[in-house]
Design a protein around this ligand. Sequence first.
Ligand SMILES: Cc1cc2nc3c(=O)[nH]c(=O)nc-3n(C[C@H](O)[C@H](O)[C@H](O)COP(=O)(O)OP(=O)(O)OC[C@H]3O[C@@H](n4cnc5c(N)ncnc54)[C@H](O)[C@@H]3O)c2cc1C
Length: 346
Amino acid sequence: MFTETLTRPGRLLDLLTGPHGLDRYTELVDRTWIRGQARARVVAVRRTTPRSVTLTLAPNAAFPGFRAGQHVNLSVEIDGRRRTRPYSLANAEGDARLELTVGRHEGGLVSTYLYEHARRGMVVGLDSVAGDFTLPTVAPDRILFVSGGSGITPVMSMLRTLRARGHRGQVTFVHYARCADEACYRGELTALTAAMPNLAVRHGYTRDTRGSQLPGRFGSTDLGRYDAVFACGPAALVDAVRAVYPDAESESFVPPVYAARSSGGSVVFAGSGVAVTDDGRPLLDQAEAAGLRPESGCRMGICFSCTRRKTSGTVRNLISGAVSSADAEDVQLCVSAPVGDVTLDL
Ligand SMILES: Cc1cc2nc3c(=O)[nH]c(=O)nc-3n(C[C@H](O)[C@H](O)[C@H](O)COP(=O)(O)OP(=O)(O)OC[C@H]3O[C@@H](n4cnc5c(N)ncnc54)[C@H](O)[C@@H]3O)c2cc1C
C-alpha cells in the first residue's frame, strides 16, 4: 500500500531514484515493500501436528491472487542460498492472508527448515501461482474431497472457499493420515461440520487406527455418488480414488517415476568436466548420480528451479513427450531425458 501510494504519480520516482529504481530503496526499509516481486511476511506460525507447520502470510501488493486448489512457488533463503518449492495455498480464495501447511519430509531440505525455523517476521518469496487442480467458479452440487497427509491443503482451500460462497450442495470430506494426532486441520474440520450442516467429514488412520472412521484403505467403503470428486495425496491414494471415480480431478505432490530408456548417448556436464553414458533417467537424476548438486525443487517440472542451459544435443520432455534439439536452450533437468549426445552448461 505504502509503495503503491508513493508511486502512483507514475514512473517519476523511479526516474528520480535511478539507476536502481524505487524498489531498491523501499526494500531496505521493509523487504516486502517491493512492486516487482511477490513476497510475503510470515505473521503467524502454528505447529498443530507433530510433523507439520502452518504459516499465515501477509502478501505484498505484487501477489496476483489465486484460485482455490492452486499452488505457489515459495522461496526461502537457507544458508545463503535461495531454495524454491511449490506449496498449495490452504486459505479461501480472496482472503487477505494466505496459509500454507508444510509437512516435514524425512531428509527434506525446505520442509525441515520451515518446520524448525519458520518464525513471525520472516520474509518469503512467492512466485508463479499455477495449477489446473481448481474448484470451478460454479461448484457442482454434490462434491467429494479426498486427501492424504499434506495433500489436504488444496482441498482445504476448496472447502473454505465453498463455505465463504455459501455453497448449499452436499460436501463429503475424507482425509487420511497415519494417526489421529497427525491429521492436519482435524479440529477445524470438526468445527466446520457444526457450521455447515451440508458437510460430512470422515477421517481414516492408516498406521494407528484408533479413532479411524474408515476401515482399511480408500475403496473399502462405499462413499456414494458425486457430481465432482477432488483427490490430493500420495500416488497410491490418488490411484485408488480414480479406480472408484474415474473422472476425479487429482493432484499428487510426489514426482512420478519415469520409465528409463537409455539412448546410449553421452551426457557432458561441461561446467564440471564430467561425462556419463545416458542411462535414460531425467538429467537431474543423472547429474546427481555423477556427484553433482544442481539446484532442484519439485522434481516434476513445476517450479523451474533446475532449469539449465543445454548447449548442444537433443532432449525429450518426459511430461509432454516433446523433443527439442535447438542449441543453446534452457531445459528443466528434472523432466528432460537425453535423446543421444547432450551437453549441458552444468
Ligand atoms: C503442486 C505441488 C504442491 C505442493 N503442496 C504442498 C503442500 O501444500 N504442503 C506440503 O507439505 N508439500 C507440498 N508439496 C511438496 C513440496 O513442494 C516439497 O516437495 C516438500 O515440502 C519436500 O521438499 P523438501 O525441500 O523438504 O525436500 P527435498 O530436499 O526436495 O527432498 C524431497 C525428498 O527427496 C529426497 N531427496 C532429496 N535429495 C535427493 C537426491 N539427491 N536423490 C534422491 N532423493 C533425494 C529427500 O530425502 C526427500 O524425501 C507440493 C508439491 C507440489 C508439486
